[in-house]
Design a protein. Structure first.
Length: 364
């Protein structure tokens, strides 16, 4: 099957974006360069096309109880206008996908990973009851993310909605550049930022308006390359790398979203058992010498394999190699010195507390 184009594809080409297939979509990895775009998001602002993400509307009288059963977080705690990071698990506690749950006035919107869209839709449909509906609106929905310390000032010039009133992980329905949109204070970078959901017919005009509004404020178009380095610096998990159906939320550092005390949910029994028997954890590793750990690199202690790197890069902010990986207990403790086998070269790394980057504007 050929890769799909997002509604913004032509704009990426015009801007000189290096377009590649990601999750079945043609998306830019970079424009001016990953490091420049990364630093723009950390210090000023960047604009991302994330229209490849999947969106489902879940409605009906039992929508809330259904989602509470299908996800690990507590959907019943949400107020209208609130968003929640969560995950869906199989009966054995492994991760089907991580996702966002948005509670709207009369229904819920789920935002799922592009590569899992069909799998997630089938998974939800196979468990739903007759008195509810799950509508896939992905093809009709465009999504852009403006992220960085100047993101609010840039976006505020395009909307009458007071963006300062939108708290972290909350959203509102309003207009951006005259177009109906959901404006959410969410993101994947560790910086102050907003994600804007609009009709795929309107998202191009919204992109153009944000680019124009940010022209004199240092705004840069940003590709998936720096989205990856930004999220790694925050230890935000990427499905397919750090989490998948061979991992569970407790070992992946997602215990904080896993509400084991709530009523029965998919995977609860297995996760209660797993909690008492965690044998490995997802940790942050900072290289002590110049080296870049990559996915699949073995992690060693006294020449014995004790783990594996799931994501790695040269951190543009720290200017050092960083990695995220699973490490057997008790080697997950901060300060533990380990060795990463990088193509046959043994390089020393230290386990550090997340996130790697601690100076973000996220809560500004």
């Amino acid at each position: 099957m050929s890769a799909k184009k997002t509604p913004l594809y032509d704009r990426h080409i015009e801007l000189g974006g290096n377009v590649m297939n990601f999750g079945g979509y043609l998306l830019p990895t970079q424009y001016s360069g990953i490091k420049q775009e990364h630093n723009a998001v950390r210090s000023k602002a960047g604009l991302f096309d994330v229209s490849h993400m999947g969106e489902f509307i879940v409605s009906g009288p039992n929508a809330e109880s259904f989602l509470n059963k299908m996800t690990v977080n507590d959907v019943t705690s949400l107020s209208v206008g609130q968003a929640q990071y969560s995950a869906m698990c199989t009966k054995n506690g492994s991760i089907v996908d991580d996702l966002l749950v948005y509670k709207k006035e009369n229904d819920f919107m789920l935002v799922v990973n592009a590569s899992n869209l069909e799998k997630d839709l089938n998974w939800l449909n196979s468990h739903k009851t007759d008195d509810m509906s799950i509508e896939d609106i992905s093809d009709q929905t465009g999504l852009v993310a403006v992220q960085g310390p100047r993101s609010r000032d840039i976006l505020q010039t395009l909307t009458d909605t007071n963006l300062s009133n939108i708290q972290f992980y909350h959203f509102t329905e309003g207009k951006v550049s005259g177009m109906e949109a959901i404006i959410a204070r969410t993101g994947y970078t560790g910086e102050l930022g907003f994600e804007i959901y609009a009709s795929s017919d309107d998202i191009g005009e919204i992109w153009d308006a944000i680019m124009d509004a940010g022209a004199d404020k240092g705004l840069s178009p940003a590709g998936l390359g720096c989205r990856d380095t930004l999220r790694m610096e925050m230890k935000f998990a990427l499905y397919g790398n750090d989490i998948d159906e061979t991992t569970n939320p407790l070992e992946a550092g997602l215990g904080w979203i896993t509400r084991l005390g709530k009523d029965d949910f998919m995977g609860k029994k297995a996760l209660l058992e797993a909690k008492a028997n965690v044998t490995r954890r997802l940790v942050c590793l900072e290289m002590t010498e110049r080296a870049i750990p990559r996915q699949g690199c073995p992690i060693l202690m006294n020449d014995e394999s004790v783990g594996i790197i799931t994501s790695g890069t040269m951190s543009p902010s720290l200017e050092t190699g960083i990695g995220i990986g699973y490490v057997d207990l008790p080697f997950d403790r901060s300060g533990t010195e380990l060795v990463v086998d990088i193509r046959g070269k043994m390089k020393v790394a230290i386990v550090v507390k997340p996130p790697f980057y601690k100076s973000g504007s996220l809560m500004d």
